[in-house]
Design a protein around this ligand. Structure first.
Ligand code: BTN
Length: 149
């Protein structure tokens, strides 16, 4: 019992140090992806829900691109340092919807990165065209830092 005390002390200090050194990936802020699209995510509420805006660099339509709203949620807001999340973009300039799902990571250089997959659902006039109405892809987002940083 007496010998166990220093061991437990060292163990708890090691665990504490590990916990302090583990950087947390935070979704809120400004991000850019591999296509050059920008998004801004606002503060998360107590349930992990968030809203923001998305400025896509590309479109599957011939319409003029407009900044569009996004809504999403993050899993287990407080406990996890590299949380999973999902969000939906309701495009203002087309009849389409995109859903993104992904995870917020801190890479080996300490930089935050969002690894996502998306489904883009376009509207079709006829049920016979349903088979070609959904595109799938991946996007990788990195944080856009403000000039002050
Ligand atoms: C549309 O073309 O109907 C709406 C714009 C879709 C843009 C897509 S969503 C997935 C991919 N990632 C982006 O940043 N833009 C494209």
């Amino acid at each position: 019992m007496v010998q166990a005390t220093p061991f437990l002390l060292v163990l708890s200090l090691a665990l504490m140090a590990h916990g302090l050194s583990e950087r947390k990936c935070m979704l809120s802020g400004r991000w850019i992806n591999d296509l050059g699209s920008n998004m801004t995510i606002g503060d998360l509420n107590r349930k992990g829900e968030f809203a923001g805006s998305y400025h896509t660099a590309v479109t599957a339509t011939n319409n003029e691109i407009q900044v569009s709203p996004l809504q999403g949620s993050q899993h287990r807001t407080i406990q996890k340092s590299q949380p999973t999340f999902g969000f939906t973009v309701n495009w203002k300039f087309s009849d389409s919807i995109t859903v993104f799902t992904g995870q917020c990571f801190v890479d080996d250089d300490g930089k935050e990165v969002l690894k996502t997959m998306w489904l883009l659902r376009s509207r079709v006039d006829n049920i016979k065209d349903d088979w070609k109405a959904t595109r799938v892809g991946i996007n990788i987002f990195t944080r856009l830092h403000s000039q002050k940083e």
